[in-house]
Design a protein around this ligand. Structure first.
Ligand SMILES: Nc1nc2c(ncn2[C@@H]2O[C@H](COP(=O)(O)OP(=O)(O)OP(=O)(O)O)[C@@H](O)[C@H]2O)c(=O)[nH]1
Ligand SMILES: [Mg+2]
Length: 386
């Protein structure tokens, strides 16, 4: 589809169209892709913090209703699932039982009024041991990743003069439903002068939103594909019969093979490393329970695995899965269009760069993006031109 026909990206006025075409040719265009809740919008927020003007007090205040919505959705889902997980968990005190009843009676919709009474009831429930057990087992149902962050910060959020800090902004979860774009400039390299302009596109990652991605495939230099590495023990929100991490690998396979983005460089962020580490080292979750082939996986020598750190083995396994998808051959059929002949051409393997990331950690993303920027500016022209 021609780029000028995109309907839901903020397009310039007619008068600006020539400048727009020129800009479009000169700017490095990066597309953020990945399944729902993988961290794409969080990366966009980091670019705003690192390379644009950050968030003003007004921007921050605007997010307060969403943060309160995150709190209610979180506590509601945690207490609502206590008797549904197997084996179920029970509140440990009669007081917590009453608070849970209060929350359940409000229903899943966000309350119109966040009263002192409301926050008190939520705090009583959140401090209950049984509720904490349900929270620890949230991989057995659907819970947003911001739950722990905001439920631990209720005292702060509750204050009349509360203004969200950068961490609150980065954790606040709002599902992306339409396509948007940010523009920023960064130095060409650490050593040279000059600026490079980037356009970064954000899209919705849930299944229902993916059919719109093709609208922004045109002229993309690089795809940043986000995979939530901590998803290995979770089920997909849109289809609870499917493993979330498997969905991410399948989607990555589709993108890798897509003829629409064959010339774009592929950079993969194995994201949510903080949550993956916690699941493996603190909660002792077993990857092989969800990916049986993990049981026999030994990292390649070049990865320098120390032979004992299970979290390192898990993240290297995920990198290995990505690399094996990326190195599997792509066949194009009927190239040449010679009548009577069916010529099959196999494309050479494509370069894929993998990074372990924590999208909510500004320092981590600053460092990773420095590398990504170098790749896009220097190497992208040599990548994936068949
Ligand atoms: N702990 C932790 N949380 C993260 C990380 N990356 C993202 N999150 C949180 O995960 C949730 C989902 O992140 P989003 O950036 O909204 O995900 P998305 O890919 O834009 O999701 P869609 O818009 O549905 O496609 C948010 O609450 C983020 O704060 C991470 O590395 N660590
Ligand atoms: Mg999003």
């Amino acid at each position: 589809m021609p780029i000028c026909c995109r309907s839901d990206v903020n397009l310039p006025d007619q008068d600006d169209s020539r400048k727009y075409t020129r800009d479009f040719m000169e700017t490095k265009k990066i597309l953020l892709l990945g399944t729902g809740e993988s961290g794409k919008t969080t990366i966009i927020k980091q670019m705003k913090i690192l390379h644009i003007n950050g968030f003003s007090d007004d921007d921050r205040r605007e997010k307060i209703p969403n943060i309160k919505q995150n709190i209610h959705e979180s506590i509601f889902d945690i207490v609502n699932n206590m008797d549904k997980i197997q084996p179920p968990v029970r509140p440990k005190t009669a007081e917590a039982e009453k608070s849970i009843e209060y929350i359940l009676n409000l229903g899943s919709n966000t309350p119109s009024d966040f009263t002192e009474e409301y926050f008190n009831q939520v705090k009583i429930a959140w401090n209950d041991e049984g509720v904490q057990q349900s929270f620890e087992r949230s991989n057995e149902y659907q819970l947003i990743d911001s739950a722990g962050h905001f439920l631990n910060r209720i005292d702060e959020v509750q204050k009349p003069d509360y203004i969200p800090d950068n961490q609150d902004i980065l954790f606040c979860r709002i599902e992306t439903r339409s396509i948007s774009k940010i523009e920023f400039e960064v130095p060409l390299s650490k050593f040279q002068g000059g600026q490079a302009r980037f356009w970064m596109y954000d899209v919705g990652g849930q299944r229902g939103h993916r059919k719109r991605w093709i609208q922004v495939f045109d002229g993309i230099q690089a795809i940043l594909f986000l995979i939530s590495a901590s998803d290995f023990d979770q089920r997909l929100r849109e289809d609870p019969t499917k493993n979330r991490l498997q969905e991410a690998f399948d989607l990555f396979n589709d993108i890798h093979r897509s003829k629409f983005v064959r010339e774009a460089g592929l950079i993969v962020f194995l994201n949510k490393q903080d949550l993956l580490e916690k699941k493996i080292l603190t909660q002792h979750r077993k990857v092989e329970q969800y990916f049986p082939e993990y049981a026999n996986y030994v990292p390649d020598k070049k990865e320098n695995w120390d032979g004992s750190n299970e979290y390192d083995r898990a993240r290297l396994f995920m990198k290995h899965k990505v690399m094996s998808i990326a190195s599997s051959p792509i066949k194009i059929e009927n190239v040449g269009f010679v009548p009577g002949y069916n010529i099959n051409q196999e494309l050479p393997p494509r370069d894929v760069y993998v990074h372990f990331t924590i999208a909510t950690d500004t320092n981590n993303i600053r460092k990773v993006f420095e590398t990504v920027r170098e790749i896009i500016l220097k190497e992208i022209t040599t990548v994936a031109f068949y």
